[in-house]
Each structure stands twice: as structure tokens, then as C-alpha cells.
Design a protein around this ligand. Structure first.
Ligand SMILES: [Zn+2]
Length: 172
């Protein structure tokens, strides 16, 4: 297993949709295992392949942050089937370290995906699970949480990042 480097915004790889995964072999299993290790070490509750510079449609997540093995989930070629309700809450992203902001999301989401063996499954989640699945599926589509904020909040975050860039504390 190996730690991977997490790509920071505004790296353009974060704006491009990933390619569908077609090969469910050992390379994929190694990638998933490295992504889990990278996510836990960050630490974070979700990490998409594009965030480690791999332009593919998959992500790993664990809303229990390693406490509950049942919540260790990998979703490959995720597809949102249904969303409902609304929730408003603070959200972070490993590509925006230290930035936490309110983002409105659906309260519930049903997402269909493949597991590492290529087996199809559906996950029906609410609250943090729904928020995480939607945030990470967005990454697979080349969308970052900044795109989901109101224009005013987006400007505040961009200004904060600009200041950090000037101070040399954020990649330009
Ligand atoms: Zn993210």
C-alpha cells in the first residue's frame, strides 16, 4: 500500500469528468486500497480518484472514519438514481484543506455503482452518507463543492484561497 498525493484546487484535473472504469483487475484493487489509505491518513471521509490524479469514475468513502468496517465503501462508475429532501450543513473537501463551508445537498440519495469485483449494487443513504455520495459522485463528473455554493460564498472562499496562495500556503 502507498500514500498518494492529493491534488489541490485549482488543479484542472478536478474540473474534468473521469473515464468509466472498464477493467476490474488487480490494478483497480491496488488503486482502491491506496485511496483508502490516503483518505484515512488525510484524514477524510471521502476521496475520489480524480483527487489523486487518476481520471477515472470511482471513489472511496467511510463516514465512520474507520470505526465501522461496514461503512468502508467503494463506488465505481457511480450513478445517482434518486434524490429527495434537503439538508444544509458544513462540508469540507480534501482538495480544499482547511476550507469548511455550508453547502445545500439532498437529504437522501440512492446511488448505483459497481464494487471492486464489478458487482453492481445500490446504496440508499441519508444525511452524511447522502452528502458524501453526492459530493464524491460530483468529483467523478468534474464538479467540486465550490460549484455547489451560492455565488457570494464562492467568492468568499476564492478570496480566502487567494490570500493563502499569496502567503505561499496553497498551491497556485
Ligand atoms: Zn471533495
Amino acid at each position: 500500500m502507498a500514500l498518494m498525493e492529493i491534488v489541490k484546487w485549482p488543479n484542472p484535473i478536478l474540473d474534468s469528468p473521469g473515464d468509466p472504469v472498464t477493467n476490474f483487475g488487480d490494478d483497480l484493487k491496488r488503486l482502491v486500497s491506496d485511496m483508502f489509505e490516503t483518505m484515512y491518513s488525510a484524514p477524510g471521509v471521502g476521496l475520489a480518484a480524480v483527487q489523486v490524479g487518476v481520471p477515472k469514475r470511482l471513489f472511496v468513502m467511510d463516514c465512520s472514519a474507520g470505526k465501522d468496517p461496514d461503512q468502508r465503501i467503494v463506488m465505481i462508475n457511480p450513478e445517482v438514481l434518486h434524490v429527495g429532501g434537503e439538508q444544509n450543513g458544513e462540508e469540507g473537501c480534501l482538495s480544499f484543506p482547511g476550507i469548511f463551508f455550508n453547502v445545500q445537498r439532498n437529504l437522501r440519495a440512492i446511488v448505483r455503482a459497481h464494487d471492486v469485483n464489478g458487482q453492481e449494487f445500490e446504496l440508499d443513504g441519508t444525511e452524511l452518507t447522502a452528502r458524501c455520495m453526492l459530493h464524491e459522485t460530483d468529483h467523478c463528473d468534474g464538479i467540486v463543492f465550490l460549484d455547489k455554493m451560492t455565488p457570494l460564498k464562492r467568492e468568499i472562499v476564492k478570496r480566502r484561497i487567494k490570500k493563502l496562495q499569496k502567503a505561499g500556503e496553497w498551491p497556485a
